[in-house]
Design a protein around this ligand. Structure first.
Ligand code: ADP
Ligand code: ZN
Length: 543
């Protein structure tokens, strides 16, 4: 174990002489220090936050080789070649290597000729690998993408469960687990499954102060998007996310017709086409890529000025990761999203019809709930985001189990999101909510939003007459609001789980237990007043 007093200058020296950086970023130094002295750590830091140095430097400072477990072959290769460029002896072991290459790498390892070895998790179940490790001096284990151990997350990998074996076999080797996924559940699961109960936890760097968050109500989303780009980002580089391949194609084509330069990107395109578009996006300026979530892994273009969402992401993690591709250069950037009732319905539908097991579905359902709450919040969006991740402002290592309150983060609000810039007006929606709920009830909980709105507005419609709903007490009682306002009411009812969508019967709305108190008048329902015009345009960045 290296003496603490020597370690500091040593780590800093390595940072400067090997990596060529002047100073540590955020909590890097504290994390590195822990590892050097032999403690376990869990690091929750967003992509681009600088996680790699957290294990690369201690691996160089400590005796022996640093073993990095990484599930992403492409990233493994990138990292190793970047390390070679700065003169670090690094190698990897994964399925892309020939037998001869594997043998050479293993030999280098045994000869003590490696500073860092990247390895795919499935290799750890191999007795050969374990025997190999037993024969060399190991500086540390770094478990990258540690959320893969969690069934709560999206990327569960059974191989990751084997990682606890490392600790049993090499109890004195310090471990660092790293992830960009920071919700409380995942964190707890990583700790339990990897036996990291004694690890120091570092949560940091989730704030992206230069990104302005804005979530507008969908009206005519494509037009809204076009207006947003034309007024705030003419000629800028940007990424637009859509849910489906078809919508990606259509949106890209439409933007081109409107005189913007846009390229599609989705998993249904040929590999060659995708590569071509990605390459153009990286080297050209002022190009807009319209993509499904297939786009983005490893994309590190610093001057992406805006990220737009035409559909609701499935979780806050996804939203954060996708919007986080904007403004990597630290200059002002916009995260813009149009969101509406149909988004909620579509995602709920996808969830309901997915073949995942019940536990998994419940998890996804909660994640979607959190995303909806972010959309509907009437207070600072950044506060809500940071609170979700448990990021403590300017914080040191966060205590586990503590649920930070939004106020811990930015007591005054961030001043750089839509709700801060234009405080949201609310209105007492109790009566319309009651009308909507009883309309659902009296029509037998068998109809979708459009039909219900027609009944509330008292539209004369063949179907309504057929069902005799023009004789119902709720027929025409909702004339005080227009159709848009009703959609907003229904959206918020669904978002708050006062109403649920039944997908067995084509998206008909049903009441939930939770709506009772509203129906009985025991609860006042303050709703968000949707602004139909995007007034904030004029407050955009001066360019
Ligand atoms: P992550 O693994 O968290 O996504 P990386 O380790 O790839 O992030 O780091 C992101 C970028 O930040 C890299 O280009 C890296 O070289 C740079 N970086 C990391 N730490 C520092 C630092 N202390 N000073 C300057 N640049 C840094
Ligand atoms: Zn704010």
């Amino acid at each position: 174990m290296a003496p603490v007093t020597l370690a500091r200058p040593c780590a800093l020296q390595v940072l400067r002489t090997v990596f060529g950086y002047d100073s540590f970023r955020g909590q890097q130094q504290a994390i590195i220090q822990c590892l050097i002295t032999g403690d376990d750590v869990l690091v929750l830091m967003p992509t681009g936050g600088g996680k790699s140095l957290c294990y690369q430097i201690p691996a160089l400072v400590r005796d022996g080789v640093g073993i990095v477990i990484s599930p992403l072959i492409a990233l493994m290769q990138d990292q190793v070649s970047a390390l070679h460029q700065v003169g670090v002896k690094a190698a990897y072991l994964n399925s892309t290597l020939s037998l001869e290459q594997v043998r050479q790498t293993e030999q280098a390892l045994l000869d003590g000729d490696l500073d860092l070895l990247y390895i795919a998790p499935e290799r750890l179940s191999n007795g050969r690998t374990q025997a190999l490790f037993a024969r060399c001096k190991i500086a540390l284990f770094a478990i990258d993408e540690a959320h893969c151990v969690s069934q709560w997350g999206h990327d569960f990998r059974a191989d990751y469960l084997l990682l606890s074996v490392l600790h049993e076999q090499f109890p004195t080797v310090p471990r660092i687990a790293l992830t960009a996924t920071a919700d409380e559940r995942t964190r707890q699961e990583i700790i339990t499954r990897l036996a990291l109960e004694n690890a120091q936890v570092f949560v940091s760097g989730f704030d992206r102060p230069n990104i302005r968050y804005r979530i507008v109500q969908k009206d005519n989303a494509r037009q809204q998007l076009l207006r947003f780009i034309q007024t705030e980002h003419p000629g800028d580089t940007g990424i637009i996310y859509c849910l489906s391949r078809k919508k990606v194609e259509e949106t890209a084509e439409w933007l081109n017709q409107k005189g913007l330069r846009a390229l599609p990107y989705h998993a249904g395109m040929s590999n060659e086409q995708r590569q071509k578009h990605q390459h153009r996006f990286l080297i050209e300026d002022g190009l807009i890529i319209v993509a499904t979530i297939a786009f983005g892994m490893g994309i590190d273009k610093p001057n992406v000025r805006f990220v737009g969402h035409l559909d609701l992401p499935k979780s806050i993690e996804a939203y954060y990761q996708e919007t986080g591709r904007a403004g990597r250069d630290g200059l002002p950037a916009n995260a813009w999203m149009a969101y509406g009732l149909q988004d909620v319905l579509t995602l709920r539908q996808m969830l309901a019809s997915s073949t995942a097991d019940e536990t998994h579905k419940r998890v996804e359902y909660h994640k979607l709930e959190a995303m909806l709450a972010l959309c509907e919040t009437v207070s600072c969006r950044r506060q809500a985001l940071l609170a979700y991740f448990g990021d403590v402002q300017g914080g040191t290592s966060a205590a586990i189990g503590r649920t930070p309150k939004a106020a811990d983060h930015l007591p005054q609000g961030c001043g750089n999101c839509d709700t801060c810039l234009e405080p949201v007006a609310t209105w007492d929606g109790t009566v319309p909510a009651q009308q909507a709920l009883s309309c659902i009830y009296r029509t037998g909980q068998r109809f979708g939003v459009n039909y219900l709105i027609d009944v509330l507005l008292g539209k004369s419609d063949e179907r309504i007459r057929q069902f005799g709903h023009d004789k119902q007490s709720t027929f025409g009682i909702g004339k005080a609001l227009d159709e848009k306002q009703w959609r907003s009411v229904f959206r918020q009812l669904v978002a708050r789980a006062l109403v649920e969508v039944d997908f067995e019967s084509h998206g008909s709305l049903k009441l939930t237990e939770a709506c009772r108190s509203v129906l009985r008048g025991e609860q006042t329902l303050m709703l968000r007043k949707d602004t139909q015009t995007t007034k904030s345009k004029t407050k955009g960045y001066e360019k």
